[in-house]
Design a protein around this ligand. Structure first.
Ligand SMILES: N[C@@H](CCC(=O)N[C@@H](CS)C(=O)NCC(=O)O)C(=O)O
Length: 238
């Protein structure tokens, strides 16, 4: 068995600055699958022009959710077999919220907001030679700004974006209240999603009203800290 995970290089003191890449690596670890990382992959070389993607014994699979479904089908499903249809539905809803909505709040704070961009730019582009770095970073920022507008998040005022993000993390906190893992006392694939998005908010140096709000919710902070210690022990809390 040979699983090769193509992803961005680690950033922000996390295994990945992309929550989608970090989700797949967290899933691989939670599921106990052996894998290797091809860090520093380029999105335009990926099968769907986004990261992550994997090669599983040479078979390419793109998109973090399709990757997880593929791994379950090919290597067994040690994480989600215990879930009821209702629990699965809850996990699915939380995942869609984080990936399709909260993600764009994070894009705003990292790529559009000037203060966030000053932190983000060196993390993602600092390894390139200086002239190329400035140019590539500016082009990427313009693309992300356009995507944020096209998706609709970028059309909101800063206050509205903060309210949207805070509401998502309130919902995640309510779901985690009194639980060790997102859906109960055992981990599921949905914990890979929750961990990736929480760590990419709470453990990243980009400040925002959403991060301040989530930092004030002990249920989120505790979950993030204990899941990071369990899944990525080589990455200490900043
Ligand atoms: N639905 C995809 C989303 C992946 C995604 O948005 N990846 C971003 C990084 S977080 C990317 O590769 N962006 C590069 C680009 O759009 O050029 C998944 O779940 O894998």
């Amino acid at each position: 068995m040979s699983i090769l995970l193509h992803q961005f290089a680690p950033a922000f003191g996390l295994p990945n600055g992309s929550p989608f890449c970090m989700k797949v690596e967290a899933y691989l670890r939670l599921a106990g699958l052996e894998y290797r990382c091809a860090n520093g992959a380029l999105p335009f070389r990926a099968p769907r022009r986004k990261l992550p993607w994997i090669e599983d014994d040479g078979t390419p699979v793109a998109d973090s959710s399709f990757i997880v479904r593929h791994l379950e089908a090919r290597h067994g499903n040690p994480l989600d077999g215990w879930l009821s249809a209702r629990e699965r539905a809850t996990g699915h809803g939380m995942q869609r919220m984080l990936e399709e909505n909260t993600y764009w709040v994070a894009v705003h704070y990292r790529w559009v907001d000037d203060a966030g961009w000053r932190i983000t730019k060196p993390q993602f582009f600092g390894a390139l030679p200086p002239v190329a770095s400035g140019l590539v970073a500016a082009l990427a920022r313009r693309q992300l700004r356009r995507q944020c507008l096209g998706q609709g998040m970028g059309l909101h005022t800063p206050e509205e974006i903060a309210a949207i993000g805070c509401a998502d993390f309130d919902a995640l906190a309510a779901q985690l209240e009194g639980r060790e893992y997102l859906l109960g006392d055992r981990p599921s694939s949905y914990d890979a999603v929750a961990l990736a998005f929480l760590a990419n908010l709470l453990w990243v140096q980009v400040d925002s009203p959403v991060k301040t709000h989530a930092t004030g919710l002990p249920v989120l902070v505790d979950y993030c800290d204990r899941m990071m210690a369990r899944v990525f022990p080589e990455y200490p809390k900043p």
